[in-house]
Design a protein around this ligand. Structure first.
Ligand SMILES: Nc1ncnc2c1ncn2[C@@H]1O[C@H](COP(=O)(O)OP(=O)(O)OP(=O)(O)O)[C@@H](O)[C@H]1O
Length: 585
């Protein structure tokens, strides 16, 4: 239970609701059992009348009517209290589930990019959905059934021992057996349902991928092969489901068998005792039959609850594993900073943990406030890494990155991130309206600000061309934007909040040279007093920068202005000649 201790804070938070649930449950169980002695009593009255011990039929009638009214009252009270009990325990468990989900989600958000690289998205999703749901079964049903079982068992046993102590002993013998058998069965069911879940998630992943990649499947004529793969997965899935159903099928017969044994014991032993005169009235036997049936479900639920708790413990262990992960990038400065934007890299080297690739080697450069730096270099030379380090998505191993003369580790993290407008290499847009995607950069932006940003990113005309304009929904359920349109919406998102620093990671690669020219002209206007770093493979994007650096294998191999670099032999001059030729062709 040590992993479940993490949840104690939630029990404390909802303690008053839980305590009232406890009181309601005890009252509900007392009322639920209350009718049994009344039935016994009614049987006894009839028996006494049959034996001739009572001669007046109206006495019998009055007693029966009185008992029936009490039974109706107790049943109604028990039904109402049971409703309240579920409302309390199950509602509280839903609140706790909501709190836990939020806690996990907030923690995920704080964790660094490295964490996301080390763990698969499916695993992250499972822990926040499936595992939290399993924990909820402990927080709600498991606690509720434990309280019900305990209360019912204690109350029923008190009633039974008062009525016939020896008979009680014989009739409860099969019950622990029932509990143990149900526990074993629940464990077997759990094992099989975990396997079913795994197969189901494989099937889902396959289906989802084949729908997303339907264009590739069709163009390669792979439909028959995909069908075969689906059938194979689906067959496995069915077999695993059948394995589960076979075990589940034992559940109720087992319960019925053990209740049957208890009933036979009551009738056999109780009957003999009645004939011997050890039990005075038939009513005791009737009562015992009802008690045994009433005890069965709570006793069976001990096994079920035990397996629920075990599953919750395993799930909470997985959740805690992530909750105990410390964010690698933390804020060391609580007060906000005013950032103007001059950036300096001093002897920076950086190695990615997971691949051990040293992406940057002893990099030094400076971009003053309001200047533009262009970074050019072959693929894999470390260009994107420079931008990611500037935004402190990773902390550097060696050397120092400073902004306005302060090491970025000592800047307020929120101020740093707010001062940056970052356009990543692969523009990611959410399945939401274009307007909301742009507003992501400034949640309180007015429509005018959105249009202005879209105009500067040269995408306004495209958007107004869609029938729903800025309300056009993107993604799975909506329109698919072209690569260039996506890049431009992503640029609009970065510039809308008027940041001091703009980082563009090869974000004009999918637009034609004319649009590139138009966007660069707009950006030139809006970035006059901003510090800009443009990563590109095109000379056209870099040529107007105040400074250009050429990276090769993580090192700066050339730097200067466009006019200086085209007069030096090296990568820049070669690229310039090549791209000039392509333009002329
Ligand atoms: N997230 C990462 N984890 C591990 N290694 C990485 C990661 N990102 C980049 N690398 C490695 O670091 C090196 C530099 O990559 P980077 O993305 O900075 O290059 P780039 O110059 O931007 O390339 P491109 O022009 O193709 O975008 C590459 O060898 C790459 O494989």
């Amino acid at each position: 239970m040590k992993h479940l201790r993490h949840l104690n804070k939630y029990f404390l938070k909802y303690k008053w609701k839980l305590i009232s649930g406890l009181i309601i449950t005890i009252a509900a169980r007392i009322f639920a059992i209350y009718y049994i002695p009344l039935i016994g009593d009614s049987t006894n009255v009839i028996e006494d009348y049959v034996k001739g011990e009572i001669n007046d039929v109206s006495v019998v009638r009055n007693e029966l009517v009185y008992n029936i009214l009490l039974i109706i009252g107790a049943t109604l009270a028990s039904a109402f209290l049971t409703f309240l009990m579920r409302q309390t325990f199950i509602v509280v468990s839903r609140h706790m589930e909501y709190d836990l989900k939020n806690e996990v989600y907030r923690h995920y958000q704080d964790l660094s990019l490295n964490f996301y690289k080390k763990n698969r998205t499916g695993d992250l999703m499972n822990r926040i959905s499936d595992d939290v749901s399993k924990v909820r079964l402990y927080l709600g049903p498991a606690i509720m059934y434990s309280v019900t079982t305990f209360t019912s068992t204690v109350v029923v046993l008190i009633y039974m021992t008062q009525a016939a102590p020896e008979l009680t002993l014989y009739t409860v013998i099969p019950l622990p057996l029932l509990s143990f058998a149900i526990y074993k069965l629940s464990v077997a069911i759990h094992k099989r349902s975990t396997i079913v879940q795994q197969y189901l998630s494989r099937l889902n992943t396959f289906t989802q991928e084949s729908f997303s990649g339907i264009a590739v499947i069709k163009s390669y004529g792979m439909e028959p092969q995909t069908n075969r793969n689906f059938t194979e997965l689906s067959d496995n899935n069915r077999d695993k489901n059948l394995d589960l159903v076979k075990v589940q099928a034992f559940f109720f017969p087992l319960m019925v068998l053990l209740i049957g044994i208890s009933n036979i014991l009551v009738i056999y032993i109780g009957g003999r005792k009645y004939l011997n005169g050890e039990i005075e009235n038939l009513g005791v036997i009737v009562e015992f039959l009802l008690y045994v049936n009433m005890l069965t479900w709570p006793v069976a639920s001990i096994g079920w609850v035990t397996s629920l708790i075990q599953q919750a413990e395993a799930s909470q262990e997985r959740i805690n594993e992530f909750l105990n992960e410390k964010p690698e990038i933390t804020n060391h400065k609580p007060t906000p900073d005013k950032i103007t934007g001059s950036i300096a890299f001093k002897n920076v080297s950086f190695t990615y943990d997971d691949t051990n690739i040293t992406a940057l080697k002893n990099i030094s450069f400076e971009v003053k406030n309001g200047e533009t730096l262009a970074i050019i270099g072959k693929t894999g030379s470390g260009k994107s890494t420079i931008l990611e380090l500037t935004g402190r998505l990773y902390d550097v191993g060696e050397g120092e990155i400073s902004i306005d003369g302060t090491n970025i580790r000592n800047l307020n993290l929120e101020s740093l991130r707010n001062s940056i407008g970052y356009v990543p290499q692969d523009a990611f847009l959410f399945s939401d309206s274009i307007k909301n995607n742009i507003k992501f950069g400034k949640t309180n932006a007015s429509d005018e600000e959105i249009y202005e940003a879209a105009k500067n990113a040269s995408v306004h005309k495209n958007i107004t061309g869609f029938s729903k304009g800025y309300d056009t929904v993107l993604g799975e359920r909506g329109i698919t934007l072209s690569g260039g349109q996506k890049q431009r919406v992503s640029i609009a998102r970065a510039i809308i909040h008027n940041p001091e620093i703009l980082l563009f990671d090869d974000c004009l690669s999918a637009v034609d040279t004319e649009t590139e020219e138009e966007i660069l002209n707009n950006l030139f206007k809006i970035s006059r007093n901003k510090t800009t770093i443009i990563v590109s493979h095109r000379i056209s994007s870099a040529k107007n920068a105040d400074k250009i650096i050429i990276l090769e294998d993580g090192k700066i191999v050339q730097q200067g202005t466009h006019s200086q670099l085209i007069n030096q032999s090296g990568y820049y001059k070669e690229l310039y000649a090549k791209q000039l030729n392509e333009k002329e062709m």
